[in-house]
Ligand binder design. Sequence first.
Ligand code: FES
Ligand code: FES
Length: 161
Amino acid sequence: MTKQFDFTVNGKPVSVSLDNEETPLLNVLRNELGLMGTRFGCGLEQCGCCMVLIEGQPEKCCTKPVWSVAGKTVTTIEGLGTPTRPHPLQQAFIDEQAGQCGYCLAGILISAKALLDRNLSPTRPEIAQALDDNICRCGSHNRIMRAVEKAAAQMRAAVQL
Ligand code: FES
Ligand code: FES
C-alpha cells in the first residue's frame, strides 16, 4: 500500500508517496526529489559519503528508512550554499583544492558543517574526530583539514565584524 511521508528538505516542505516505507532516505533524495549531491558509496553505513543533517545532526542516510525522517528537517549538500553564494566551507574547499575526485566531499562538507555549527574554533584533533566517519579514498585529508580550518577562521572573522 502506498504511504505518504512529509518532511522538510533544505527548508522546503516535501511530500513523497512510496510503496515501501523502508526505502532508504538516500534513494528518496536522489530518485524522488532529484537531489543528486548526496552520494551512494558503500550502502552499508561505512564510508560517510551519504551524510546529511537530520535535525542538525550528521547522519548516514543510505540505510535510514524514509519513515524515520517523517516530520523532521533534512539538510543536504544542496542546502549549504549555491554556486554564486557558496557556504564558507564550500569556498574554502575550492580555495584549498581540497578534493581530488570529489566523490566523498558532499558527506565531508556535511560533517564539517555540523562541527562548525557547534564549534567555530575546532582543534585539528576535533576536526579529525568530526570527520572520523568519512572516508576519502583519494587521501586528500591534509587539504581537507586545512580547508575546514580556513572556513572556521573566516566564519569567526565574520561573527566578529
Ligand atoms: S553510502 Fe552510506 S555510508 Fe557509504
Ligand atoms: S576526493 Fe576522492 S574520495 Fe575524497
